[in-house]
Design a protein around this ligand. Sequence first.
Ligand code: ARG
Length: 275
Amino acid sequence: MAKRVLLCPPAYFEVVDQKNPYMSGGPSVDREKAQQQWEALRSALEQAGCQVETIAPAPGLEDMVFAANQVFVGFHESIGKFIVPSRMVHASRQREVPFYVDWYRLHGFKIIEVDLGADRLEGHGDLLWHPDWSRIYAGYGFRSTQTGVEKFRDAMSNLGIPVVPLHLVDPYCYHLDTCFCPLNNEAALVYPGAYAPASLAMLSGFWKRVHQLTVDEAHKFMGNGIVANGTYLTPYVTPHLESILRQEGLAPVIVETSEFEKSGGSLFCMKAFLP
Ligand code: ARG
């Protein structure tokens, strides 16, 4: 069955403030180029056999194109497909959440509200499934808060899904999806410098093969790729990354994201896989 994936067109995409270190006054966004890059992502996903769904972009929500962050998407045999709405750090991003929640509600997803209080939780920016849905890795420190992740863990424990909290320490890896990418059930890409030592040790314990990215690879979003049907969509590739991918039976496919990198995001951030 084709993997379904949700994207949001970049009609109102812009860099208007500094939410992360990548957004610090470089050249402004080329809207036309951003649109072309987004179309190329859409075609690359379709080429890889994915069925692409879209949500309508809303004016004034400059980061809505980053479809990975507004909710956590899950599946459990006891309740079927569900989402956990995020509570985003930035006000403009928080306004994206209801649009996404409505989309998921309309598409038959159950909504699990976690009472986050003043805590933060940023969807698949920080929450990544093990590919076989057996466990969730949960980054905190810059966006999601430690207690936010703990409240999420308590909610998931009701479903019997273990959550592994991971302390992030590199501001250029402010979301877990910038320094961690599962390639299959046994192997993952990890940039070690992004984690507190105990978290790195814990994360490594869950994988037969941990492939380490260099700092340059990580900060160029090479760990923010998308695994789809034997390919790894990535904004750049190095000989080092290429050899890792080859060992794991994956072929790199370059999809440029220069405009979105100005906002601190790349391919993984721009989609949500749907169960
Ligand atoms: N400008 C966006 C922000 O700072 C980028 C989000 C990137 N998304 C991600 N999943 N890493 O919130």
